[in-house]
Design a protein around this ligand. Structure first.
Ligand code: ZN
Length: 256
């Protein structure tokens, strides 16, 4: 597929977001909202700390345009204890219980004003409290469906990546950032920050990534490329639209 056509497919032409007026949103009759969730955390020396926010917001905007949804601004702080490292700044985190209540309050304020379908798009892999709050909201609220998706979690199946164990600041995130915000990617560092810890990802429940990886990376950013980033982003947008559409349909048909 030619480059211009991919880029055109990713560009959000029009959607409802915080630049809309309340009149526009009320008149639209829109009942679907999309909430991107990011994180402010170390992404080694080649990517900015706001990488998860930038990527989550970009996916959310493209998905929102395709689904005619109201896209909220990204929730920028997550629960990234796994980036803690004594003695230096590495991340900003909320306690899981705080994020639980932030999500609960935002979703219920939307429901209170007529929204019926909410999709939470997770730009950071460690937002483990989202599952429990989604279950709780669905179980206890009629006429409300909340779904969630960890972005790029199945990008390995896209056939676009080479590194099979890409967890953090690796091939995928670096490629997408090269496409979205190339000016923020430190290319010399990108080529020397590869690191693959010899433990499973679940060990991030027990330790900091900065103890498991010398560079703070889990993956191979040296394999990143701008074209790859564009294709990965389009793949993720399409996967997310399909997932959300299926999940909303299934939940509506099989209400609690
Ligand atoms: Zn990230």
């Amino acid at each position: 597929m030619p480059r211009a056509s991919l880029a055109a497919q990713l560009e959000a032409k029009y959607m409802f977001d915080y630049t809309s007026t309340v009149e526009e949103i009320n008149k639209s009759g829109i009942k679907t909202a999309i909430i991107p969730l990011g994180s402010v955390e170390q992404h080694s020396s080649h990517l900015p700390i706001g990488t998860d926010c930038i990527i989550a917001e970009a996916v959310a905007r493209s998905v929102g345009e395709r689904m005619n949804a109201f896209v909220l601004p990204v929730i920028p702080i997550g629960t990234c204890y796994e980036h803690k490292c004594a003695g230096k700044f590495t991340a900003v985190w909320l306690r899981p219980v705080t994020l639980y209540h932030i999500i609960e309050d935002i979703v219920l304020s939307l429901k209170n004003q007529g929204f019926e379908q909410i999709a939470l798009l997770l730009g950071h892999g460690g937002l483990f409290v989202v599952g429990p709050v989604v279950r709780e909201l669905n179980a206890n609220n009629d006429n409300l469906t909340v779904v969630h998706r960890e972005l790029f979690s199945d990008a390995g199946k896209s056939g676009l990546t080479e590194c099979a164990d890409d967890v953090h600041a690796g091939e995928i995130e670096t490629s997408v950032m090269l496409y979205l915000k190339e000016q923020y990617v430190k290319k010399d560092d990108m080529l020397k920050n590869d690191f693959l810890p010899d433990v499973p990802r679940s060990f991030l429940n027990y330790s900091s990534i900065l103890k498991l990886s010398n560079t703070g990376v889990w993956g191979k950013p040296s394999l990143a490329g701008k074209d790859k980033g564009e294709k990965l982003l389009l793949y993720e947008v399409e996967q997310t639209v399909e997932f959300i559409t299926r999940a909303f349909k299934a939940a509506t048909k099989n209400a609690w």
